[in-house]
Design a protein around this ligand. Structure first.
Ligand code: NAG
Ligand code: NAG
Ligand code: NAG
Ligand code: NAG
Ligand code: NAG
Ligand code: NAG
Ligand code: NAG
Length: 757
């Protein structure tokens, strides 16, 4: 008996894998096995879709439930929805069974998608089985004129063997042909024509079969004699289970037409795509490195590429918006990438570490931070514990741990916080705990388990090139023990972005003290001067007394905090800014705060110590005048406080700009002297500005003369003031000023506030 030739090849259609898309919030995401992402929506008139064109009917009485495209004029079952395609099935509408007894041709019209956002995709083919037939697929030359046929496609299956038994047919080739169809058409007229007459020979088998849809026929074989039977297709089930692929689009206008429209459908991190010329409508697609549903606000979200360990096994991966970076840890060189240079251990890095460690506590502390850094890398890989351990060992982590345990005093100095500590301290980074938010990160108020209040700064993403610099800055900042600089208590490098933990300063910012009229007490001149002296001293310390000069780069009154005794604390310097991702020159420029920004730096983009001097000059003027650095209610030229101040100085009418209280309380020569310092700080040529050291000394000597002259007064009030002033003198914690060195030490125990006010 005849044995059916078994088709060994699977014809299963490989549909593209699911994309991470979602339905409109509050709407069903699936019907049976079908994922229904927005702009499609389940339900008719349920408002789940973008428009009725995208309504999907889900028949839940079916088991499993089946989805149908309601927009098509004939019910097509939906089997798959992708970024630009929808895969539908209606087998009756996709096939022609032509057993030529009487008719010359058989036809099939695909016209279900008129006035819909769907067009036929070129992923479909016309596949024809038969001997001596001609298959024609024709489109309309215009989508609306059904009597104007346009371009088309054709193929003619031919049978090599002329024997009646036929033998084995194969695809494409013997008894089978396949042709692609063109993209972008809503209509297709398909005909299967008997060629018996034209070819002047009898048709070998009476039936022929045509199917329309996505079918990979490569290597398919069948018995030619089955073509004698109208149930041919049913004998090969894979031939009847094929989807018709449709392209879908939004609307009837193209991207350039929609760009300004309020109904433009593409949301954040997506772009508009109308790559198919001549077809109305457009699609939205996520930008590279993003995924999600581009049609739903807020749009596509970043892909965390690091989840798939794209870097070299020694490398560290940092996810950035739209991309990721690989870099190598300390002691390694290379680009960190898997296919590039990888990470290669630097010769001798281990021995260096060992020697460094033996150098004692200071060095040990450095090492602690290096461990921090290694831990960062190490924690990135926590998914794979074994790899992590190997990694830690390979990088000398164990050695470093030993070193740290030998120097426990260092551990006390700067704490390594765990992510859990800080998460608890800030109540899971609760929004209600936010103290401030800026270009560099967000600052949260937190309470450690021991009840200590801290400010936790969550930086913006870290650029791999700057991690080392970040570590260095953390080291430097931890070294700083200056009364007027906010103290860094520790860091946490376990998290995706570094967290810095500072002491909590309770009394708000200088900006608030100067500009908030509702303050409970008057902001007296001697207090203003005291703060100016403190801040100048702190900056001079940063510029000159640290192992490496530290430029603050964003001096402004809102970065000067005041503690409960109104001692000023300079905060928010360099650290997180210098580790921000991919900052170009331009964006670095925009970074400073308008109104405080050194115009020379603005032009040359060269930040110098004198740029800090300029910004300090603006703060000084703020203290003198009580005015904001930028006033919005003035003309362009008058907007800048610095410019207006310089103008007043030039015209010798300082009193017109000074704060009235300041004018009342301050001695004339004192105010003039401070104003002159400010004027010199604001010199447009950085070279002509004094250094921070000079500024600090001058302000201090002005203040000293104030103190001395006050002490001459013999009133009771005067004596009280003198005591208060003594309490206000800065610590002798920088060594270049002979005055502070030789004269006074601070007595923090005297809370001057209670005496002065
Ligand atoms: C759909 O939205 C329209 C207008 O926004 C509203 O009138 C209608 O009730 C909504 N239908 C459903 C089922 O939510
Ligand atoms: C839903 O599916 C059931 C079971 O197959 C069928 O009887 C019913 O007619 C379908 N309903 C619609 C509206 O197509
Ligand atoms: C449709 O096409 C036919 C053939 O090209 C033409 O004669 C007819 O005028 C067209 N009709 C319309 C409405 O454009
Ligand atoms: C079709 O199937 C063959 C064999 O399974 C495979 O090699 C080929 O890549 C497939 N073609 C397409 C376009 O999927
Ligand atoms: C084709 O079908 C006819 C009628 O069903 C039958 O008589 C004939 O033998 C068949 N030919 C082959 C080759 O199977
Ligand atoms: C978009 O549509 C406008 C108006 O129909 C047309 O001028 C423009 O060429 C189209 N752009 C593209 C890219 O198809
Ligand atoms: C879109 O708006 C911009 C500026 O508002 C305008 O220059 C441009 O011509 C507009 N484009 C279109 C296609 O209307």
């Amino acid at each position: 008996m005849f044995l059916h030739i078994v088709c060994l090849l699977s014809l299963a259609v490989a549909l593209p894998s699911n994309v991470a898309t979602s339905p409109k919030p509050g709407c069903e995401s699936t019907c049976g096995n079908l994922q229904v992402p927005y702009p499609f929506g389940i339900g008719i008139g349920s408002n789940c879709s973008m428009s009725s064109d995208f309504d999907i009917y889900c028949n839940t009485t079916d088991n499993p439930p089946r989805a149908y495209l309601t927009r098509a004029a004939s019910p097509f079952e939906v089997v798959k929805i992708s970024e630009t395609n929808i895969y539908v099935k209606n087998w009756r509408q996709q096939q022609i069974v032509a057993c030529y007894a009487s008719r010359e041709y058989f036809s099939l019209e695909i016209d279900y998608f008129a006035n819909s956002p769907y067009t036929l995709s070129d992923a479909n083919q016309l596949t024809v089985f038969g001997c001596d037939d001609l298959a024609i697929g024709q489109h309309l030359s215009s989508d609306s004129n059904y009597s104007a046929y346009g371009a088309g496609t054709s193929c003619a299956p031919y049978c090599e063997s002329r024997e009646v038994s036929g033998g084995t047919g194969s695809c494409p080739g013997n008894g089978c042909c396949q042709t692609s169809i063109s993209k972008g058409k809503k209509f297709m007229m398909t005909r299967l024509i008997n060629m018996e007459q034209n070819w002047q020979r009898r048709k070998l088998f009476s039936c022929s079969f045509l199917s329309l849809g996505m079918l990979n026929i490569t290597g398919f074989t069948f018995r030619l004699s089955d073509l004698n039977d109208s149930t041919f297709l049913n004998k090969y089930p894979a031939l009847t289970d094929i989807p018709l692929v449709l392209d879908w689009r939004i609307g009837s206008q193209n991207c350039s037409e929609m760009l300004n429209s309020s109904s433009f459908a593409c949301k954040g991190n997506s772009y508009c795509d109308d790559s198919l010329a001549g077809v109305q409508g457009y699609n939205c697609r996520c930008m590279k490195g993003y995924e999600g549903t581009p049609y739903l606000s807020p749009g596509c979200h970043d892909i965390n590429e690091c989840k798939n360990s794209p870097c070299h096994s020694n490398g560290i991966c940092i996810n950035t918006p739209g991309s990721f970076h690989c870099y190598c840890p300390n002691g390694y060189y290379g680009d960190g990438s898997k296919n590039g240079a990888g990470c290669i251990r630097m010769p001798g890095s281990n021995s260096k570490v060992a020697i460094g460690a033996s150098l004692g506590a200071g060095m040990g502390f450095l090492l602690l931070l290096l461990t921090c850094f290694w831990l960062l890398k190490f924690l990135k890989k926590r998914k794979n514990k074994k790899q992590k351990e190997e990694f830690f060992k390979r990088n000398g982590g164990l050695l470093l741990q030993q070193q740290i345990s030998k120097h426990e005093d260092i551990l006390e100095k700067t704490r390594l916080f765990t992510a859990k500590d800080l998460d608890m301290a800030t109540d899971h980074f609760n929004e209600s705990r936010i103290l401030g938010q800026g270009g560099q990160g967000t600052v949260y108020k937190g309470m450690l388990s021991d009840g200590k209040l801290v400010a936790v700064k969550k930086s913006k993403l870290v650029d791999e090139n700057q991690v080392e610099q970040f570590i260095n800055e953390v080291v430097i900042l931890s070294e700083i023990n200056q009364r007027n600089v906010v103290k860094l208590l520790g860091c946490c490098l376990e998290t995706e972005v570094p967290l810095l933990v500072y002491e909590f300063i309770s009394n708000g910012t200088l900006f608030y003290l100067i500009h908030d009229d509702s303050a409970e007490f008057p902001f007296l001149w001697n207090m203003r001067l005291k703060i100016a002296v403190e801040v100048a001293g702190a900056l001079a310390y940063l510029h000159y007394a640290t192992s490496v000069p530290i430029y603050h780069r964003d001096i402004k009154s809102s970065n000067i905090l005041l503690d409960e005794k109104y001692v000023s604390k300079v905060s928010d310097f360099g650290t997180s800014r210098s580790i921000e991702v991919d900052k170009t020159h331009l964006t670095t420029l925009v970074k400073g705060t308008f109104g405080y920004l050194d115009p020379e730096y603005f032009q040359s983009s060269q930040f110098t110590e004198k740029s800090d001097v300029y910004s300090f000059g603006v703060v000084l003027v703020e203290l003198l005048t009580g005015k904001r650095p930028i006033s919005s209610d003035r003309t362009e030229e008058e907007r800048s406080l610095a410019t207006r101040f310089l103008l007043c100085m030039e015209r010798n009418n300082l009193e017109t700009i000074l704060n009235s209280q300041v004018l009342e309380q301050g001695k004339r020569e004192e105010l003039t002297a401070v104003a002159k310092v400010a004027q010199r700080c604001l010199n447009l040529n950085g070279k002509n500005r004094p250094t921070m050291k000079e500024v600090a000394m001058e302000l201090e000597s002005i203040k000293m003369s104030q103190t001395l002259s006050t002490s001459v007064e013999t009133t009771f009030e005067g004596v009280r003031l003198l005591n208060a002033e003594l309490a206000m003198l800065p610590d002798a914690d920088y060594t270049w000023t002979s005055i502070s060195e030789s004269t006074f030490t601070s007595s923090d125990v005297t809370p001057f506030m209670t005496k002065t006010f």
